[in-house]
Design a protein around this ligand. Sequence first.
Ligand code: HEC
Ligand code: HEC
Ligand code: HEC
Ligand code: HEC
Length: 125
Amino acid sequence: MTKLKLALLAGAFALFPAVGSLAAPPESIVIDDCMAKKSAVEFPHAAHFKDHECSTCHHTQEGLTKDSDEQVKPCSECHNEPEKKSTPSCSQSSLKKNQFHINCVDCHKAEKAGPTKCNDCHPKQ
Ligand code: HEC
Ligand code: HEC
Ligand code: HEC
Ligand code: HEC
């Protein structure tokens, strides 16, 4: 998300602070914020949150649930142009330096389920 869009969002929340009920977490997401060298990644979100705590991935929002009255911050808000060089970034191809690779691939390896090969997540175009 661009800084401008974030600023507009922040503005909208300043005008309407009582958020009320937020939209349910999306069933499925196409992750393409950093798409450059590799194709966009299909992420079956619901298949993940049925068995895993939200904060496993939304790690800055401890206690987040399906019914939370809380705005969910996309990873891109902090990881696309991270303040610190040491913070993983979605534009990195390394399995150790991209927040998605660390989050997604490390869990798939640990749980022996889910894709771990480059082309399984980034289908050849
Ligand atoms: C479990 C799924 C998964 C696997 C396996 C995976 N990636 Fe990714 N990768 C992602 C996601 C999600 C992103 C973020 C995509 C975006 O924002 O466009 C990403 C981003 C990238 C990016 C930066 C964005 C871009 O398009 O330039 C590169 C490069 C990349 N991956 C290369 C690789 C390589 C090389 C491998 C194999 C060693 C690999 N990935 C394996 C999920 C995966
Ligand atoms: C396995 C990891 C994982 C789990 C578990 C998970 N999410 Fe997500 N969620 C993601 C990713 C990745 C995105 C896409 C973020 C992005 O595009 O930067 C996302 C996006 C979202 C979004 C949309 C945010 C936006 O505005 O783009 C919402 C809302 C959300 N999740 C809520 C939840 C809730 C509530 C739970 C628990 C019931 C949950 N998620 C569990 C990984 C996860
Ligand atoms: C509010 C800001 C923020 C949001 C939103 C955020 N992160 Fe992070 N994340 C950070 C920062 C800062 C670090 C590095 C700080 C640290 O080392 O603890 C980090 C570190 C990580 C790491 C590395 C942890 C490790 O042990 O090496 C992973 C993986 C990660 N984030 C994944 C995600 C994913 C996936 C999402 C979205 C579902 C997400 N983050 C959303 C700020 C954020
Ligand atoms: C905490 C562990 C965990 C994390 C984090 C995680 N996954 Fe998974 N993933 C799994 C498990 C377990 C399965 C197998 C689920 C099943 O078969 O029902 C899976 C399956 C998948 C599948 C295959 C679904 C299918 O229908 O065969 C895809 C694609 C996938 N994950 C993508 C991702 C991406 C992209 C990310 C990161 C944004 C991610 N996963 C993060 C545990 C995780």
